[in-house]
Ligand binder design. Structure first.
Ligand SMILES: C[S@@+](CC[C@H](N)C(=O)[O-])C[C@H]1O[C@@H](n2cnc3c(N)ncnc32)[C@H](O)[C@@H]1O
Length: 418
């Protein structure tokens, strides 16, 4: 990479938090420059980025061109279905608001915000008591969100009955109807460079955004997102963003949406692990899977002791259980013990070398320990082994989008290389 391109990549990182992808780094930046200023070579572009007369519009356009805007209606639906809208409304009332206030940070072209409005409308019937503020770095994405016109790719998961009720068909395009539009206000906002929003929210949603940031930026942005919640407010991160969360942040249930996860109590996890213990020949059975799933939810929700106790029981009967080692790794990271996490995750990978999510979590553990060469190797192993249809991964973390994991690895590899 030329020196001018490297300096432009640094500028992008500093202004947006976006670490450009490893081997695609040069291509991404060159393509963005081609789009923004086709007549400029990298040195001329660097001069423009530093020239007080042109810098602002030039850098803004460059950031828009490098950002990944992939999104669609009902993306990672399970987490959205778990939102307890009635509990959020009760919390809003307790805080003196007649409406549930939601912030969608990194909303891209708007599909996620309209999906939330639709789900709330389905819960409450009619016009929901809801006020969504949806923000993104990209003015172009915000303009498309405001237009609210979506093609087939974006709307592939919208059921016919919902299309009829909440959209207007305009040839091949679905246009968002007024009932949903009235719930959502779009606004440009840079999570890295702009001051925090002044409003407070019952629900803050930030999915598939943190994955492009390096760990210190993730920390700062999480501070902002957590600070934007009302005292009872909930932060909903994407499945991979959750794995990117620095270990010390995995605190308590507030970081995950309520009902489905809250149901997994300490009692349930240990009860399921005991059931597994009583049936030592039931390896691979539904009860073992339930025990693992319950332990993983406990680990993800910050109930670390519960998760460790449950996996210990499972491993006592089946020391070769890679799932249990993975959960122990996630739990240990949650406890801030990256050394123990790395140990458990290495065991998981020894048992199943194609276990890409274990490799990814191991990479985050090494990242936390500051062992960059080992982190780099583990990110590369993740990229080598990421493949659709890996049964263990599908079962354990169904909502993980492999493209997001790949993007997160790319972002970290780029940062570790520089
Ligand atoms: C992959 S999209 C995710 C969209 C949506 N949240 C979803 O999960 O479907 C990531 C979005 O984050 C936005 N983004 C990246 N860096 C940002 C920043 N520093 N501040 C605000 N938005 C940012 C990008 O412009 C892009 O639209």
């Amino acid at each position: 990479m030329s020196d001018a391109l490297r300096q432009l990549a640094d500028l992008v990182l500093e202004r947006s938090g976006i670490a450009l992808h490893g081997k695609h780094r040069i291509d991404t930046l060159t393509a963005a420059l081609e789009k923004v200023a086709p007549a400029m070579d990298p040195s001329a572009a660097l001069r423009a980025a530093r020239d007080p007369q042109q810098a602002e519009p030039f850098v803004t356009a460059l950031l828009e061109a490098v950002a990944v805007h992939e999104t669609f209606f009902f993306r990672q639906r399970r987490d959205l279905d778990a939102i307890d809208w009635r509990a959020l409304l009760a919390a809003a009332h307790a805080a003196g608001s007649a409406r549930v206030r939601v912030w969608v940070a990194g909303c891209s072209t708007g599909e996620e915000a309209y999906t939330l409005a639709l789900l709330a409308a389905e819960t409450f019937g009619g016009e929901p008591p809801l006020a969504i503020v949806a923000t993104d770095l990209s003015a172009a994405a915000i303009a498309r969100a405001e237009a609210g016109r979506y093609g087939r790719r974006s709307t592939r998961n919208v059921e016919p009955s919902l299309r009829e009720r909440y959209f207007v068909q305009d040839d091949q395009v679905l246009v968002v109807g007024d009932a949903l539009r009235r719930c959502v206000a779009f606004r440009r906002h840079n999570l890295v460079a702009d001051p925090p929003l002044e409003e407070r929210f019952e629900l803050v949603v930030c999915r598939n955004v943190l994955i492009y940031f390096d760990p210190p930026t993730v920390e700062r942005v999480l501070d902002m997102l957590e600070g934007a919640r009302t005292p009872a407010g909930v932060l909903l991160l994407g499945a991979v963003d959750r794995l990117c969360r620095p270990s010390t942040r995995r605190s308590a249930d507030r970081a995950v949406p309520a009902p489905r996860r809250a149901r997994t109590t300490r009692a349930r996890a240990s009860e399921q692990a005991s059931r597994w213990r009583e049936r030592p020949h039931a390896r691979g059975s539904a009860s073992a899977e339930d025990a693992i799933a319950a332990a993983l939810l406990a680990a993800d929700g910050g109930r670390v002791d519960e998760a460790l106790a449950a996996t210990q029981q499972i491993l006592a009967e089946d020391p070769l259980n890679a799932d249990a080692q993975f959960v122990r790794g996630v739990a240990a990271l949650g406890q801030g013990d990256a050394t123990a996490a790395a140990d458990a995750l290495r065991r998981a990978l020894y048992l199943d070398p194609d276990f890409a999510l274990a490799a990814f979590t191991l990479a985050r553990a090494y990242d936390t320990l500051g062992d960059w060469p080992a982190a780099r190797r583990a990110y590369l192993q993740t990229l080598r082994t990421l493949a659709p249809g890996h049964e263990r991964q599908r079962r354990l973390v169904a909502e993980v989008d492999l493209a997001d994991v790949a993007a997160a690895c790319g972002a970290r590899l780029a940062a570790l290389a520089s």
